[in-house]
Every structure is written in structure tokens, then in C-alpha cells.
Design a protein. Structure first.
Length: 239
């Protein structure tokens, strides 16, 4: 395969708090073209970064506005590192990034505070064909799924059930996140009109597969690594 056929993008944000780790999520892309060069990689990254700040077709808001106010919105404080994993689909070390690009995250929407570990989970599903969910000592169909833990997420994404008051991911948020994935599912570069497909990357199978569908459940998830230890402790003596 030609260079830059399989790309692993790491989208990273900068926390305003010194006790909150800088969060990130990953996106994987592949192409069957052979004409791409680093300028096509740059075009892909620019379009992915812009998608966070743009309202997707069929959506109502840019998904970047859902991200917590703990993240910096200052100029070029968000980053995308790109690794060419074309020769490393089995997960072997791919070396340094082939491209590092900075961008500015759009302003947060309606202020709402959640703990920084709270995220919306976007599930990416590739066609699984005859892969079964469970096999002896393995889960083959799991290799056809990927997840994006989108966050730290703002409480503005939440709704509450009548009567029970259960907190859940609002339907508008679900729609905007899935429409965002649709908007970046197939990206055509401006340099050599190369088509990149968003993918599920299975290290076990040493392969990337294009997507069939995506979804967002109405249950929030929690990423412990995104929430550091407490910065303060109040102790009340009990004589």
C-alpha cells in the first residue's frame, strides 16, 4: 500500500485546569487511492478540525459547543496529531506523527457543568458479515466496532425524564453527534481529490473497515482518566 493509506488521528484538547488531564479521542481513516501525499493528509486534518466548529447537515449546532468549558477556546490550543499506520495495522509502533496541526475550538454553548470524566459515547459499526459476537476465548464482532468517548461533555447536552427525573443524553444531542460522524465519514481532499473513509481499526485483524452505521445511546459514560485526583480536601473532625 502507498504511504498515508491508513491514518490514525489523535484529536487533543487543552484543559484550563492544571489538575485536569488534557483529553483526546481518536479517528482512523483509510484510502484505496495511491496518489496521496502529505498535502492530502493536511487537507483531511483541516476538514476534520473544521467539522467540530461547523453545524453538520441535518444537525442544529456544532458539536464542539457541547464540549466542557474546562477546555481552552484560545487560538490554536487544540491539536491533531497524525500517525501513518499503513505498515503497522497490527498495532506495532508507528513512530512519530507525520503531521501535527493546531486549531481553535469553537466557543462553548449554554453553560452546564458535569464532572470532567462524563462523556457521550459514539459507537462506530463496520459491517460484521458472518462474525459472531462470542466465540471461544474471543469476541470477533467486537473487532467491527469502535467508540469515541466525546467529552468532557457539557451538562447542556442533558435532559431529564418526567416523573423519574432520570438524566439522559438528549435526542438533539444524539442527532447532532451522529450527523457529525456522517459529515466526516467520507472526506475528499483538495490536493489530489483523494477519498478517505472513516474506519474501525482492528489491530487483531490488522485491518481498517469502513462504517455501516453509528449510534449514540442515551446513557452517559465516565472516563476515569479524564478526571484527576481532588485538588482540595475538607476534613471535619468528629470528637
Amino acid at each position: 500500500m502507498a504511504a498515508y493509506s491508513n491514518l490514525h488521528l489523535v484529536v487533543k484538547f487543552t484543559s484550563l485546569s492544571p489538575v485536569i488531564d488534557n483529553p483526546s479521542f481518536h479517528l482512523d481513516y483509510f484510502t484505496t487511492y495511491t496518489t496521496q501525499d502529505i498535502s492530502d493528509v493536511s487537507s483531511l486534518v483541516s476538514q476534520v478540525a473544521a467539522s467540530l466548529n461547523s453545524t453538520p447537515a441535518g444537525g442544529t449546532v456544532a458539536v464542539g459547543t457541547y464540549l466542557s468549558t474546562v477546555l481552552s477556546r484560545s487560538s490554536n490550543q487544540s491539536l491533531v496529531d497524525v500517525y501513518d499506520v499503513t505498515g503497522h495495522l497490527n498495532g506495532t509502533p508507528a513512530g512519530s506523527p507525520v503531521l501535527a496541526s493546531a486549531f481553535t475550538l469553537s466557543a462553548a454553548g449554554t453553560t452546564g457543568v458535569f464532572p470532567e470524566g462524563v462523556a457521550c459515547v459514539i459507537t462506530l459499526q463496520a459491517p460484521y458479515g458472518t462474525d459472531v459476537e462470542f466465540a471461544p476465548g474471543a469476541r470477533p464482532r467486537a473487532r467491527d466496532r469502535g467508540r469515541i468517548y466525546f467529552g468532557p461533555i457539557s451538562a447542556s447536552t442533558a435532559s431529564n425524564e418526567a416523573v423519574t427525573n432520570r438524566t439522559y443524553v438528549g435526542s438533539g444531542t444524539q442527532t447532532n453527534l451522529t450527523k457529525w460522524i456522517k459529515s466526516i465519514n467520507v472526506i475528499t481532499t483538495t490536493s489530489h481529490t483523494v477519498i478517505y473513509n472513516l474506519a474501525v481499526w482492528s489491530r487483531k485483524n490488522a485491518a481498517m473497515k469502513s462504517l455501516q452505521e453509528c449510534w449514540v445511546d442515551d446513557r452517559y459514560d465516565y472516563v476515569r482518566l479524564r478526571a484527576d485526583q481532588a485538588a482540595n480536601r475538607l476534613v471535619q473532625g468528629l470528637p
